[in-house]
Every structure is written in C-alpha cells, then in structure tokens.
Design a protein around this ligand. Structure first.
Ligand code: AFP
Length: 359
C-alpha cells in the first residue's frame, strides 16, 4: 500500500480483508487510535494543560500514579467501551479488569493495555508511550480474570504509540509490523514505515546498568563482553542507550536494530523482572517477532509464557535475533553448569546470585 498516503484505517481494512476478524478488529484498532490521539494531545500540552505531576496515589504495582497515567487510562476506556467490540478491558492502572457499563454491548475482544508507559519521564519531557494488546474473548458475557490469562501467541493484534518529536503508532495483526505517523493537520495516522525489519546483528544494547550486581551471571557475561568491545570475545565495540521508557528503546531497535534487556534481578527476589507480561512484554514481543526479531525471558520465548496473574512480571530480552540467541545460549550454559567463565570467583563475587538460584 502507498507509503505516505495510506491512512491507518485503509491499511487495517486492506490487511484484514477476508480474515475472520476483519471488520470488528479493524474497528477496535481505530477506536484505540482515537484514544491515542487524545493522549497525544494531552502529552503535547504538558505543563500548559496542567497534566504534569503526580496524584499522590499508587497503582496496583505500588508505583506513584502520574496525572497523565490516569487521564490516559480514562481515554482508552472512553474510546473503547461503547463500540460493542470489547467484552472487557484490563490495564496497568486498574487492580481488576474493567467491567463495561451494562448499557454497552459486549464484543468479541479483550483489550489489555499500559496507557502511559514510561510515565516517570513525563515530567522531564522525555518520550513516553501507550502499549496495547488484543485477545479474542470467545465467550458470552463478562470476562473473568482467568479469561485474560492467555499466552501471547493468542494475541490477534498488538501495538504501541510513541509520543516523541512526532507521534507514531506501530502495530501488527500478525502480518508484519508497520509504522504510522500522525499528521496533526488532518488528525490522521499515515503509513510511513511499512514492513519494519530488525537487523539480526547489532552493536547497540539497552539495559539499566545500575542493576548490574543484581543480574544473573549470564546477563553479566553478555554485558561484560559488550563492554570489553574489540579487546574481548566479541571483537567489536558496542554502544549503549537507556531511555527508561520501554516504548522509546523498543522503537529505536525497530528502526536500527539493537537489544533491550530488563532481566530478572536479585534486587527484589519476589519480582521476576520489572516489566509486566500481559500489557508490556507480550504486545512488544509480538511486534518484535513480526519484524524478524526475537523476544525471550532468557530461558524461553516470551509469547509462550502461560500467564498466572494479570499483573505478573517477566524477565525481558528482545531485539536483534542473533543477540537474543546468544543470550539464551549463555542462560543454558549457566543453568547446566558448563559456563566455565562463571567458575571464576570474579562473577560469583560480583553477582548476588549463587549456585542455589540456578533455575
Ligand atoms: P514507568 O512507567 O514507571 O516510568 O516505568 C517504565 C518502565 O516500565 C519501562 O518503560 C522502562 O523500560 C523501565 O520501566 C525503566 O525502569 P528503570 O527506571 O528501572 O530503569
């Protein structure tokens, strides 16, 4: 379809033509687009709209809620609750799934989302985003929590919006990953990045290195080799980036390759990572795989993880396929004890992990 001229609505209608989901799924994604435009407008106003700052409340994650977290959540609910396309919605900002008002028809899908990812960046004017995932409901009546707990391979659509220098949406319905840029003058998203492909190799990695002492040894090994550059096993220098807004780091990887890691760490053993499976890891993993990349927990494909709770966290490593395969090999070698480099006290001393945590 014509880059620079095709609207997101036309693109979705064409991509879904003939599929069992066709009109309803396209209509739902267009409702999500309407919410994204409202969120884009609020984030662009910043202090002038009175949208900055915190509410003094905490979400189910125990994280301080920004005003825009709640306003963005409301925008997603208001845009998608009335069209008869969803049976219910779940969000990072709501402890329990949202039950539609009784006057609204229930539809065939479940919509799960992080309405404003990276919101700790909003007050310092750094790019933030909205992440969404669509599952089939396939039942009559209001969904239970258990109805949402489906592995990522069952997603029928996923995507994100990034509120940056330009506002973009990147989405997939299982037929590649495609990018759209918001033309504010006409208020429409235009296809600008069809068929995004992530290079299999990279020299750029993204991780919050302040957590290094808490990582498992295979992650320490991988990052140590990147830092050693030409002088080490990799034989080439690497670069690093960490925006602390997953959508922004992931978007860079979709544009030019790279690897993003938020691994399990020993900082809080009760949390197997920081990122949430249902509305961060799964939708982004679907996007990445559809662009030829890979998305792993380090020990397996993210999209095959069987959810056990709505807000559960999962280790996340994703991006250039050859790098993810290397990281998974390092985890296998560590778990099997064949990772000779970790026999040295260097890693044991540096890591808060010891033999009894080999998974
Ligand atoms: P916030 O939404 O609380 O800003 O968290 C953003 C995020 O979930 C993800 O977008 C970032 O990649 C990650 O957290 C940053 O985590 P650190 O602040 O620990 O680096």
């Amino acid at each position: 379809m014509q880059q620079g001229r095709t609207t997101i609505s036309k693109f979705l209608i064409e991509q879904l033509r003939g599929s069992e989901d066709q009109s309803d799924l396209a209509a739902l994604l267009i409702d999500v687009t309407a919410a994204v435009k409202a969120i884009a407008s609020m984030t662009a106003k910043g202090a002038l709209g009175g949208f900055l700052g915190s509410l003094g409340t905490e979400n189910v994650q125990g994280e301080t809620q920004k005003k825009l977290d709640v306003l963005s959540n409301d925008a997603m609910i208001q845009a998608c609750e009335w069209g008869g396309l969803v049976a219910g919605m779940a969000s990072e900002e709501m402890d329990d799934p949202y039950t539609l008002p009784k006057e609204f028809e229930r539809g065939p899908y479940l919509l799960v989302f992080d309405p404003l990812d990276g919101s700790s960046n909003i007050d310092v004017n750094v790019s933030v985003g909205t992440i969404f995932s669509v599952l089939r409901h396939g039942k009559i009546g209001d969904p239970t929590v258990a109805d949402y707990l489906r592995p990522g391979v069952e997603q029928v659509a996923a995507g994100y919006a990034i509120y940056g220098p330009s506002t973009m949406m990147v989405l997939t319905v299982g037929k590649g990953t495609h990018g759209f840029t918001l033309d504010r003058e006409i208020g429409n998203f235009i296809l600008t990045h069809p068929d995004l492909q992530i290079p299999a190799d990279t020299v750029e990695y993204a991780i919050n290195s302040s957590n290094e002492r808490f990582w498992e040894p295979p992650v320490q090994r991988y990052v140590a080799e990147c830092k050693a550059g030409k002088t080490g096993d990799r034989g080439r220098d690497f670069n690093t980036r960490w925006i602390a807004s997953m959508v922004a780091d992931v978007h860079r990887i979709l544009m030019r390759g790279g690897i993003f890691m938020y691994p399990k760490d020993a900082k809080d053993p009760s949390k197997p990572g920081r990122l949430r499976l249902m509305y961060e890891a799964n939708p982004i993993a679907f996007i990445i795989e559809q662009a030829g990349g890979a998305a792993s927990t380090g020990r397996g494909r993210i999209l095959t993880v069987q959810p056990t709770s709505l807000h559960q966290r999962v280790p996340v490593m994703l991006g250039s396929r050859n790098e993810i395969e290397r990281l998974e090999r390092y985890h296998r070698e560590y778990d099997s004890g064949e990772d000779k480099p970790f026999a040295s006290p260097l890693f044991k001393d540096r890591s808060l992990y010891n033999d009894d945590v080999r998974a």
